[in-house]
Design a protein. Sequence first.
Length: 188
Amino acid sequence: MSRTSRRFAVLASIGIIGVPLAIVATAFACANLASAKLNRAAATPGTKVSFMGRNFNSNAAASPVTIRWNGRNGRVLATARPASTGKVSTTFTVPNARPGYYIIVATQTGPNGRPASGTPGRAPLRVARRTSSSSSTVVVAPAPVGGGPAAPAPLLIGLGASALMLAGGLTAMAVRRRRIPAGLSSTA
């Protein structure tokens, strides 16, 4: 097999596998993911916070959007039904928690009983110290067990495999490049 044929075979195999993976990755990136936004970045325990979300399932058979504290399985702060446009808005009270960063998670179940496509929506919230001079005990909300944000594992595996195949193909082409010794003809 000539050097040109080998190069063509390597590039063709990369194209046959890499192009469909790139298309799938692009399609996933273009999906309408649920988004969440809070009217403030920081609040003290007991403060009312407004939640606004977009791209939720507005089908009547879908569940209301559930706003949760610090994870998919966290404490329920509020629930709201999305409008026909997929937008949802509600308010919730910041629970008693130690100062620090927390995540507000908006979950929804679709008409088929599975998590709605593109969910959950997430928004960060910093719990600040209370400025009152009174001595009070701060109750810490228990952290949920598991239920954290899920990584898009199939996408990451596909992109990783594509990168490995591309690197392997380029390495193989570089290693297989041979020089013809002087005195030998390549037209033989």
